[in-house]
Design a protein around this ligand. Sequence first.
Ligand code: IPM
Ligand code: MG
Length: 362
Amino acid sequence: MAKIVLLPGDGIGPEIIREAVKVLEAVASIEGFDLEWETADMGGIAIDKHGIPLPEATLAACHAADGVLLGAVGGPKWDDLPGQKRPEAGLLGIRKGLGLFANLRPAKIFGALQEASSLKAEVVAGIDILVVRELTGGLYFGKPRFREELPGGGMRAVDTLEYSTYEIERIAKVAFEAARERRRKVTSVDKANILESSRLWRETVSQLAWEYPEIELNHMFVDNCAMQLVRNPGQFDVILTTNMFGDILSDAAAMLTGSLGMLPSASLGGRVGLYEPVHGSAPDIAGQGVANPLAAILSGAMLLRYSLGRGRAAALVEAAVENALAIGYRTRDIVQSGAKLVDTATMGDLVAEAILGGGKHG
Ligand code: IPM
Ligand code: MG
């Protein structure tokens, strides 16, 4: 039996994770396998209950799992805490603790949502981008990192941006291999005109590209990439980039698809994979039942595919999500005129029912 650790976290995290569990239970019953669940605290809720964002027991539970499904972390309640005590530090601790250096963020437009994008439908038509973000290095983890008082008054704060060859090689490999199964194009994004670490990034990626002659590699500066994403996103297949740039570009790529509320992600590289929606904890709408659970549900599908080797079950979930959208159901964030507005739990029901063949609402 596969064991999944749930980290619902903060804000809308618990409501969307509930729907993901509902859907995963449905697909497991249809496909004839069993899932075992364990819920653990991480993020703000862990700070409230245990005084720290990532209790040891939580990390231990994740290490012992077959896959981890995370909701979201953070909120204004914890915003004034110092860096290492913030909810986000828990997330970084899990990524590092599980060795999850490869973050896959697919941004694929759903046919039914082409009109929901803030860009013109013809610009976003058919976009299917995979952002491969380095996740355990770069500016997020570089040392030294500190803050000090200056003798003349005021403060100085330092973060460090560093990358070593092996870190670049292993993430580039993930990107090249993903591209092989896709449209065979990798765009490596850096700031090599300015940053030393980016120059090493570019050299290392170019070197590795010799091993993948069937893949077309191009390099792009990050500012240009941000511009190209909104100008002509159709040019991208796989975007390979650093931790910080990937954080920023993946939000932009996600929004092209109409809603941040739609996008799942997988963090891989260690024995246990972590799956989470790209969106945040949205504290302003937490507890109202209006959050979009589809990103969490689709993260569950990625878990099935990458951690449990159940590609067919994953495809069933993805098709059920497409179906719910195609027949006009929308949560508030993606609602359009003429659509049927549903709450969080109903959207979960619709997807689960489509899998079970019920289609009560169809
Ligand atoms: C993300 C988030 C996180 C990050 C935060 C919550 C630490 O923005 O997963 O993109 O910056 O990596
Ligand atoms: Mg982010």
